[in-house]
Design a protein around this ligand. Sequence first.
Ligand SMILES: Cc1ncc(COP(=O)(O)O)c(C=O)c1O
Length: 361
Amino acid sequence: MTTRLDDLPLRDDLRGLVPYGAPQAPLPIALNVNENTHPVPQEVADDILDSVARALREINRYPDREFTALREAFADYLGHGLTAEQIWAGNGSNEVLQHLLQAFAGPGRTAFGFAPTYSMYPLLTRGTGAQWIAGERAHDFTVSPESAAAQVAQVQPDVVFLCAPNNPTGTPMGLDVVEAVYDATDGIVIVDEAYQEFAPRDERSALTLLPGRERLAVSRTMSKAFAFAGARVGYLAADPALVDALRLVRLPYHLSGLTQAAALAALAHAPVMLGMVDEIVAQRDRMSATLSALGYTPYDSATNFVLFGGVDDPARTWRELYDRGILIRDVGIPHHLRVTAGTAEETTAFLDALASVGSKV
Ligand SMILES: Cc1ncc(COP(=O)(O)O)c(C=O)c1O
């Protein structure tokens, strides 16, 4: 007889949970997990290979546990006068968020976010034994400073996630919301800026709010704008004391020498790596315009993806696109689907396929 999960002495608080499971299907056009659909440019790939090759010569030794050079490079990239001691990094921003929760959530504590939001927040929270509490957004998925502050003041969570711009809706979040939430809580406030590079250039980052706010952390990732999802590199900026707290929970040498070498080489070419951002934003806007023309209702997006409503039967439309070789995401919001901006060709293929599917409300 095969063993089932229920037969194992699993933690009670993990029973019944479903793991993160965005489908990974080998389809020609994958627009489902908000990756950058453009590969790393060859000139940068060559440098990354050289850097990794050098790191390989010392791979018998543990890597720099403090990933000092990488933290300096992130501080330089982010600007705003940040220094290396204010930077932390991990294997994807998921691990960075996990470190925050391990240090500041855990059993008997709560984490909070405005739903619908990034599906890993509840999973990461529960993984540390803490409770997840979902707050509310307005019908258009925005959240006002007043509502945000009132909800946070009522719940008094230990950790607040502000996904800015928000996944899966694409919704931008003003810094007035961040300020209001920070003032409404004594807990840790995490602003997840995974998609910040796709926001309008004049949009201020929450990094500008860091001075004087020792409970604020701003997380970023190389997975999206930097086209580095497969390398698994995320990072955050915060007060040095908050960064210090994360040392208590990380595994020693959690960032491998190869990861550090690859990320350092990529960061040295930041402008080239980010070169595709404008093109992706153009495709995103083309997607939104055509979705409207097709009778769907795309939401305002400051990211590399578009959530659109007006879908009669999302599961059916998803399947019909799948059968045409196109993978997008059913994020579980009734009558909505989410699609990542692709290359010009991929975007055209998606829009043509959707027009031929034609299952609007
Ligand atoms: C809002 C948000 N935060 C964090 C992540 C995690 O990214 P990674 O772990 O690849 O850095 C994602 C990935 O889709 C995301 O959408």
